[in-house]
Design a protein. Structure first.
Length: 725
């Protein structure tokens, strides 16, 4: 009877802990969301609202107004504290993962010496200021007076680091993300963040060692250097392979999310075992994951939603709960907090300002850089939280650092807006921005991955050649589904055929990359054997893995009447997205991989015809493109002057696009002729090897693009590529 009562009491206590825990989570998420929304509406980062939610729910506000309810809501029981702390620790790693995924090291590399000088002085000056301030701290603020140097190192790190998330959000909000100065600010913040996390990892490893000696410092430095070297050499490719393998081989839901979390935890454990804090592993994992070609916007949104909606409000809310602003009623602590804010702001501003001037910026630009780098935000809170948990910071000092983070972060947006508004837009920069705005709307730059369905016929070889040229222009990976030709028996030497396809794609990609506007033109080719009973099933399964464009090139593409073969209908039905159907004719049947191509592109001014022009411009060095615009006879009578201006506008737009792709282009305008006849006449008169047409698929079970494409298919003397969306 006694044991039954004890068990019942234990169950009641457990239920009470669970209810209290869930109510605490509810309060943190709900209040954090509401205050985050309020901060966003007044032009402040939402993360500040989540931090303020914890402060209001903690001893600073709710604890004063209703202490009994506050103590029940956030009970001091060991069980609840452990559960909340576990979520907080996972939240730290996920926040660093997200920060790394948003970090574009290529941007920092492009900015060059200016970003390097800003980041070095922007970290060094406030770090020295914080270190000096740590030596002057009264012993009452030190958790362990005998380890003053460790506290001083944490304080220096806290003052030195900036929040890339806050800086990037404000710069983007001000529409400065593509401006020269905006890129310098974001690039510098990226480098500062990277340097800061290396310093933090080393400082944390020293704290864990318990003493600061040459051996501890050397171990931390060597371990960090080896980890970073391995990560950004073999690790970069290894992470991409893991993500792609998970995406391509698992049929269950969200395999890429699982792969990302596994990579993050594995790299965090790696840094832990080499004596460096796990935050560095999570941050570097995010950087490498963010560069993966399989990290589509959809997957990124899934992961980001989980982190922003759950882990961020809980983590920053708990950070706020540990902040007791009531200590600031003590005059000495309030005064020291003001000194801390002043030293942090002046040190950061001075370091960034000096670095900007060394990097060649004007005083107005340097002023904007100094204002931007003064935001600590979420990064500061993470540093302070870990410092508190490791015993390097006292609760009073922790509260002061959080207060400094709140003040500097909330002061940064209006200061940066004021400073950026004073920076003039130069003529060359304006032209670059206009050009980049056009490129952002284009088709090829937004492709990430191609799917190629071919056989070993001449048309399959020609299609592989074309796909390789397009992939090489941007370094896009290609997956190949090799099918048997319509008149072929199943091949006994599939491996040799696959090798042939890979060789052709790589050769074409190398050719297309010789004038590429991409930084990394290398192309990876994956052969996926077709094991399903029907081609439609195989393609439908493969298409789910995420492809932006499908190339189709089989031996039998059409019937004598000009209609597409039934196998093409099956393939098209299995793929929902842009498709390029290729039909080799003329000399491409004899020499599918000829070195140069003369390309004819009919232009109508529609999005799909512009996309077809982009495909034509991606077909490698030596390709000559002719853009043809056809005005109907009835249109000319209705208003020939207006339509002629329209023709010039459309052709000029295509010519500007060709110049961005560094392709020679000729323009033609034909009036009073049916489009199909105009296209066929130009194809016969000119030295054209390929017609690239943008088409729209018409409703129906059979693949049909309309009367004009059908007429061109029936009578064209040269090869065809129809791009449909």
């Amino acid at each position: 009877m006694l044991s039954t009562s004890s068990a019942h009491a234990a169950d009641v206590a457990k239920t009470a802990h669970e209810v209290s825990f869930l109510v605490a989570l509810l309060a943190l998420i709900l209040v954090g969301r509401l205050l985050g929304e309020a901060m966003t509406r007044i032009g402040q980062p939402s993360v500040m609202g989540q931090l303020l939610a914890g402060i209001l729910l903690g001893p600073s506000a709710l604890g004063l107004i209703w202490p009994d309810f506050q103590h029940w809501l956030f009970a001091a029981s060991k069980e609840q504290a452990s559960m909340l702390d576990a979520i907080s620790q996972i939240g730290i790693l996920l926040l660093l993962l997200l920060t790394g995924m948003e970090t574009d090291l290529k941007l920092a590399k492009r900015i060059g010496k200016t970003a390097i000088s800003i980041s070095l002085t922007g970290v060094a000056v406030p770090f020295v200021c914080g270190l000096a301030l740590g030596w002057l701290l009264p012993e009452s603020l030190l958790p362990q007076p005998e380890r003053r140097l460790l506290t001083a190192l944490f304080l220096g790190t806290a003052l030195a680091i900036s929040s890339i998330k806050i800086v990037a959000v404000v710069v983007r909000e001000m529409e400065f993300s593509r401006r020269n100065l905006g890129q310098i600010i974001v690039g510098s913040a990226i480098l500062e963040d990277t340097i800061g996390w290396v310093i933090i990892a080393i400082t944390f490893s020293l704290a864990a060692a318990g003493t600061i000696d040459v051996r501890s410092v050397a171990q931390a430095l060597i371990g960090t250097a080896l980890f970073l070297l391995a990560s950004f050499s073999v690790g970069r490719r290894f992470v991409a392979l893991i993500i792609r393998w998970a995406n391509d081989n698992f049929e269950s839901d969200f395999p890429v999310i699982t792969a990302i979390l596994v990579i993050m935890i594995a790299m965090a454990l790696t840094t832990h075992f080499i004596g460096v804090h796990t935050v560095l592993g999570a941050f570097v994992a995010g950087v490498l994951i963010g560069e993966s070609p399989i990290l589509t916007k959809y997957i990124d949104a899934q992961l980001r939603g989980l982190i922003l909606a759950f882990f961020m409000p809980v983590f920053f809310g708990l950070a706020g709960l540990k902040t007791d602003l009531t200590i600031l009623v003590q005059p000495n602590l309030f005064l020291f907090t003001l000194v801390l804010i002043g030293v942090a702001s002046i040190g950061k501003f001075a370091g960034a300002f000096v670095g900007a001037e060394i990097g060649g910026l004007t005083k107005r630009e340097a002023l904007a850089v100094g204002c931007a780098m003064n935001a600590r935000g979420s990064t500061e809170v993470i540093v302070a939280t870990i410092g508190l948990s490791m015993g390097a910071l006292s609760h009073d000092l922790y509260t002061m650092i959080v207060a400094m983070a709140v003040v500097t972060t909330m002061a940064m947006p209006p200061m940066l807006r004021w400073a950026l508004s004073r920076v003039p837009l130069r003529k060359a920069e304006k032209q670059r921005l206009e050009r980049e705005a056009m490129e952002a709307k284009e088709f090829i730059p937004n492709l990430e991955r191609l799917l190629l369905v071919v056989d070993d016929s001449p048309n399959g070889q020609f299609t592989s050649h074309i796909a390789g040229l397009v992939a090489g222009s941007r370094g896009m990976p290609i997956t190949v589904l090799p099918l048997d030709g319509a008149n072929q028996k199943p091949s006994e030497n599939k491996e040799a055929e696959s090798d042939h396809v890979i060789d052709e794609i790589i050769k074409a990609a190398a050719k297309g990359a010789t004038r590429s506007i991409s930084d990394e033109p290398s192309v990876e080719v994956t052969i996926r054997p077709v094991l399903k009973p029907t081609h439609e099933e195989a393609i439908k399964i493969e298409a789910k893995k995420g492809y932006d464009l499908l190339f189709i090139g089989l031996e039998k593409m059409k019937s004598p009447s000009g209609a597409f073969d039934s196998r093409i209908d099956e393939i098209v039905a299995a793929f929902e997205g842009p498709m390029a159907t290729v039909m080799a004719q003329g000399k491409q049947l004899e020499k599918p991989t000829s070195k140069t191509l003369g390309v004819l592109v009919p232009i109508t001014g529609t999005d799909v015809s512009r996309r077809a022009a982009e495909i034509a411009f991606s077909l490698g060095k030596g390709a000559t493109v002719t853009a043809l615009y056809v005005e109907q006879k009835s249109w000319v009578k209705a208003g020939s002057g207006r339509l002629s201006r329209q023709a010039r506008t459309i052709l000029n737009d295509i010519a500007e696009m060709a110049s961005r792709y560094k392709v020679k282009i000729e323009t033609r305008k034909v009036s009073g002729v049916r489009p199909a006849n105009a296209i066929l006449n130009e194809a016969k008169a000119g030295a054209h090897d390929l017609i690239v047409m943008g088409v729209s698929r018409r409703p129906g079970e059979r693949l049909y693009f309309g009367d004009t494409p059908t007429a061109v298919v029936t009578k064209s003397p040269c090869s065809l590529l129809f791009l449909s969306t």
